[in-house]
Design a protein around this ligand. Structure first.
Ligand SMILES: NC(=O)c1ccc[n+]([C@@H]2O[C@H](COP(=O)([O-])OP(=O)(O)OC[C@H]3O[C@@H](n4cnc5c(N)ncnc54)[C@H](OP(=O)(O)O)[C@@H]3O)[C@@H](O)[C@H]2O)c1
Length: 167
């Protein structure tokens, strides 16, 4: 799973869009997802229209007749894993929003977090996760704010401590 969140796990304003401008994180997100299958909730997918280049979106919706402009449609996380596996992918990158992160966390092997060093207003959140018990930190890179990136950020890579405990 890949996410950009603030210290309180805020990921969005609730009215669409992100509560920060961080080109450094956008480059990281684009680089990490390049060439991969991405699982997205229907709302996030629609916010990202026109964004996909080498990525293949898998859109989760409850609508029977939903037709995304690109990619695949699924009704569950397990269906999305199957679509990606059947296509020969060895990774499915869960890319939000809040409802999809909540549903997919029990299936995840690794978390690629961007933590924005700020406390911002928002109404969409990443679910709580348990560092040290369920998740082990592998690596961290820190960046200070600069002219283009208004907040400092940490990129943090975590892996599940007991992979056999995932769904
Ligand atoms: N900071 C980040 O890294 C990041 C990343 C992604 C998104 N975001 C933010 O997250 C927010 C959006 O999150 P959200 O939770 O409102 O929307 P979302 O997760 O993007 O999409 C919600 C939609 O997913 C579908 N869905 C949800 N649960 C489902 C289920 N059990 N079965 C089938 N389909 C299901 C439904 O689509 P239908 O209504 O079509 O049935 C639902 O309306 C935005 O603010 C966005 O900017 C932030």
């Amino acid at each position: 799973m890949i996410v950009c969140m603030d210290r309180n796990r805020v990921i969005g304003t609730g009215s669409g869009g992100l509560p920060w401008k961080l080109p450094r994180d956008i480059a990281h997100f684009r680089g990490y997802t390049a060439g991969k299958f991405m699982l997205l909730g229907r709302k996030t997918y629609e916010e990202m229209t026109g964004w996909f280049t080498t990525q293949t979106p898998i859109v989760m919706t409850q609508q029977e007749d939903y037709q995304p402009a690109e990619g695949h449609v699924v009704r569950s996380v397990s269906d999305a894993i199957k679509v990606a596996a059947d296509a020969g992918a060895d990774e499915l990158v869960v890319s939000g929003g809040a409802s999809i992160y909540r549903l997919a966390l029990p299936y995840a092997d690794s978390l690629v977090l961007t933590v924005v060093k700020a406390e911002l207003e928002g109404s969409a959140f990443f679910p709580s996760y348990n560092t040290g018990i369920e998740w082990r930190e592998l690596r961290r890179e820190s960046f200070l704010p600069d002219e283009e990136n208004s907040f400092g950020i940490d990129f943090i890579w975590l892996e599940r401590v007991r992979p056999e405990a995932k769904r």
